[in-house]
Design a protein around this ligand. Structure first.
Ligand code: ZN
Length: 404
C-alpha cells in the first residue's frame, strides 16, 4: 500500500524584498528542512513554495523523489476528480511569504489573457492558467490591494500636485480611472519625483481621511525611489490595509495589488504568471497599456478585499477555520489549537498540503501512522487521508485542499 501522508522537503527563494535571516518566517520555517543549515542574517528569505510547481518543486522526504513524479506514478493519491480536470497533480500552490518592503505592483492575468500571453511569449508567461490568490496574515500584514472608491479618488485628485493628471471626463467612472492609472504609470521619472515631493510638502490636513498617505510616500520613497511610478498608483488610487494574524485577503485574477510588509500564507491557482509595473527595476516592467487594459475594478473598497472566514464543516471538533475564496481550485483550513486541544478532519476526498507554522504536536493518520509534527514541517495528504491533530503546547497549521 502507498503511504497517504508524505512529509515534504521544500525550497526557499531569496528575492530582494524578503525579510533577512531569522526575521523571516519563511526562512525560519524552511530552516527545519534537512540540509537547510543555519540562516544567514545578511541573506533575504522571501518565499517557501510547497507543491509541484516545476521551478521550485517539493520532494518526498523519505525518497528524495519529486512530489510530481510520485503523483504521476500514484494518481490514486489525488483521485479521479482531480485527475480528470488537472492530471495527476495538485491544482494549487501554497507559499509562505516574508517581506520587509513592497513587492512589485502587480496583477495576475485571467485565463483568456494568460493563453494569449503564453502564445506570444511562452518563456516569460509559462502558464495558460489564471492565478487568483488569497493571503492569510501570519503576522501584522500591510498591503495595497484593489482600488479606492471612486469618490475618494476623485477627492484626492483635486490636490494641487495631482489635478493636472485627471483625464477630461463627464463622469468619473472606472474607464476614467483606467485612463488615470495608465497616465500615472506612464509619467516620466522627473514628473513622478516632482509630484511626490510636492505631495510630501502638502499640509497633512489636505489629505482628509487619507492622512496616512504622506508617511506611506516616505516609506516607499526610501524603499525604491521617488521616481517610481508605483508610488503614486499605490498611495493615491489603491486601498491601504492592515490585517492581523488570521485575517485574509482575496485577490481575483486581473486585480491590482502590492503587498507592503509582513508574513503570510499565500495560496493560488497553479500558475506563475505576473504583470509588474512598479516597485521593480524599470527594465523589468511590463507594458503599461497591457497592464491597464487587463485591470479589473473589483475590489473597489477595503471591505470587498477581505476574505471572510467561517467555521469549517471538515473540522469535527469545530476548531478549523475555512478560507473559501469565490473561485474554484482550492480552499484553505486554518487550525489553531491551545495546549491540550485536539481537532480531527473528516476525509476531504481531494489532495491537500499541510504546513505547521507554529508550535508542535501529533498528527494521527487514519491508516494508523503517527507523525510528530512541529513548526516548519510540510506534508502532502492523499484524498482519502483522515487526519487528527493534538498538542501539549499549542499548534497552528494550515491545510490547503483542492475544491471543485
Ligand atoms: Zn500576487
Amino acid at each position: 500500500m502507498v503511504d497517504g501522508v508524505l512529509q515534504l522537503v521544500c525550497e526557499c527563494k531569496h528575492d530582494p524584498w524578503g525579510k533577512l535571516g531569522k526575521d523571516s518566517l519563511a526562512g525560519r520555517l524552511w530552516s527545519h528542512m534537512p540540509n537547510a543549515g543555519e540562516l544567514n542574517d545578511s541573506e533575504t528569505y522571501s518565499e517557501m513554495w510547497m507543491g509541484t510547481y516545476p521551478t521550485v518543486p517539493s520532494r518526498v522526504r523519505a525518497t528524495g523523489e519529486s512530489l510530481l513524479e510520485h503523483l504521476k506514478k500514484n494518481p490514486d493519491l489525488v483521485g479521479e476528480s482531480v485527475c480528470s480536470r488537472y492530471g495527476p497533480d495538485i491544482p494549487f500552490l501554497p507559499k509562505i511569504l516574508s517581506f520587509a518592503k513592497a513587492l512589485p505592483l502587480q496583477i495576475h492575468p485571467d485565463k483568456k489573457l494568460a493563453e494569449q500571453l503564453h502564445e506570444k511569449n511562452p518563456e516569460k508567461f509559462g502558464d495558460t492558467n489564471h492565478k487568483p490568490e488569497i493571503a492569510i496574515a501570519l503576522s501584522r500584514f500591510e498591503a495595497f490591494v484593489g482600488f479606492k472608491r471612486l469618490g475618494e479618488i476623485a477627492e484626492l485628485m483635486r490636490l494641487k500636485p495631482l489635478e493636472a493628471f485627471v483625464p477630461e471626463h463627464k463622469n468619473f467612472d472606472d474607464e476614467v480611472l483606467r485612463q488615470l492609472c495608465t497616465k500615472l504609470l506612464s509619467l516620466p521619472p522627473e514628473t513622478v519625483s516632482k509630484t511626490v515631493t510636492e505631495l510630501q510638502n502638502s499640509p497633512l490636513s489636505d489629505f482628509g481621511n487619507d492622512y496616512r498617505i504622506p508617511s506611506l510616500l516616505r516609506r516607499l520613497d526610501e524603499q525604491y525611489s521617488k521616481s517610481d511610478n508605483g508610488i503614486l498608483v499605490a498611495t493615491i488610487l489603491m486601498n491601504y490595509m492592515i490585517l492581523e494574524p488570521g485575517e485574509a485577503l482575496c485577490v481575483p485574477a486581473d486585480s491590482i495589488h502590492a503587498y507592503l510588509s509582513g508574513d503570510i500564507m499565500e495560496c493560488m491557482a497553479r500558475s506563475d504568471n505576473v504583470l509588474n509595473t512598479g516597485f521593480c527595476p524599470r527594465p523589468d516592467r511590463d507594458d503599461v497599456e497591457l497592464f491597464a487594459q487587463a485591470l479589473t475594478f473589483r475590489p473597489h473598497s477595503p471591505e470587498e478585499s477581505i476574505l471572510l472566514k467561517k467555521t469549517s464543516q471538515i473540522g469535527l471538533k469545530g476548531r478549523s477555520t475555512e478560507y473559501a475564496p469565490p473561485f474554484s481550485e482550492f480552499n484553505v483550513l486554518g487550525v489553531n489549537l491551545s495546549p491540550q486541544e485536539a481537532e480531527a478532519h473528516r476525509i476531504i476526498e481531494s489532495p491537500s498540503i499541510v504546513v505547521v507554522t507554529q508550535g508542535s504536536g501529533t498528527m494521527n493518520v487514519g491508516d494508523g501512522s503517527v507523525h510528530h509534527i512541529k513548526e516548519g514541517n510540510v506534508y502532502f495528504a492523499a484524498r482519502d487521508a483522515e487526519l487528527k491533530f493534538s498538542t501539549d503546547k499549542g499548534l497552528t497549521l494550515y491545510r490547503a485542499y483542492a475544491t471543485f
